[in-house]
Design a protein around this ligand. Structure first.
Ligand SMILES: C[S@@+](CC[C@H](N)C(=O)[O-])C[C@H]1O[C@@H](n2cnc3c(N)ncnc32)[C@H](O)[C@@H]1O
Length: 200
């Protein structure tokens, strides 16, 4: 592991330490922290990350829970390779990258995930409903919405699925940035983080 990446073994890895590909989104550090907190991980959790993108969530979970099994699902093959490289970069060994599209691939994944993070796939409500079929009792889903349409679709989906302990948090984060000769606070795009559990 390059020395600059050590000792990032706690959640909240700075965004610029991940390898990026142009145009491929990344959950910003502060949003990631909220998302990971909402996952309420356990040491041996089986976690599905649907639409894993740059791989920031699998890397963070892999470092936090080295005994967990993390399945990173990504439909784009170049992006899937990026996830593998980011896992190598942080020496994360417990992530399996599945190059496939959800929800079609769900029957072929290791079954009965304790935790599912959904950050990709449209329509999002259909992905949520498909994932729910594979969730065991006590299982928990965390998903994000960056716009009103997704927020509405996910809330409606959670309600229709009779999800319990529904939790919705909206981020409000400002970062200090240099602009010309001034330091200003720039807003990070607000994101809704929605969670729900399957209890019956
Ligand atoms: C917002 S990005 C995820 C960013 C990620 N959380 C991170 O911080 O690195 C969403 C990703 O989902 C992938 N995706 C979209 N629809 C998908 C689907 N149906 N199945 C699998 N991956 C999908 C996209 O290719 C994209 O890379």
């Amino acid at each position: 592991m390059p020395s600059q990446l050590w000792p990032y073994i706690t959640p909240g890895i700075p965004d610029d330490l991940f390898e990026r590909l142009p145009g491929i989104p990344l959950s910003k550090r502060e949003i990631r922290l909220l998302l990971i907190s909402q996952l309420r991980l356990q040491p041996n959790s089986l976690v599905w990350d649907i639409g894993a993108g740059t791989g920031t969530i699998p890397v963070e979970i892999g470092l936090l829970c080295p005994k967990a099994q993390i399945i990173a699902v990504e439909r784009d093959d170049e992006v899937a390779s990026l996830i593998r490289r980011n896992c190598d970069r942080f020496n994360v060994k417990n992530v399996e990258v599945v190059e496939a599209s959800a929800p079609e691939c769900l029957p072929n994944l290791p079954q009965a995930p304790h935790r599912v993070c959904i950050e990709g796939g449209r329509p999002i409500k259909d992905i949520l409903k498909a994932v729910w079929q594979y969730l065991p009792l006590q299982g928990r889903v965390v998903t994000t919405a960056g716009n009103l349409e997704s927020l509405y679709a996910i809330s409606q989906g959670l309600a229709e699925l009779h999800a319990r302990n529904i939790d919705v948090v909206q981020s409000s984060v400002n970062r200090l940035e240099q602009k010309g000769n001034q330091q200003i606070f720039a807003a990070v795009d607000p994101i809704f983080i929605l969670s729900g559990e399957k209890l019956d």
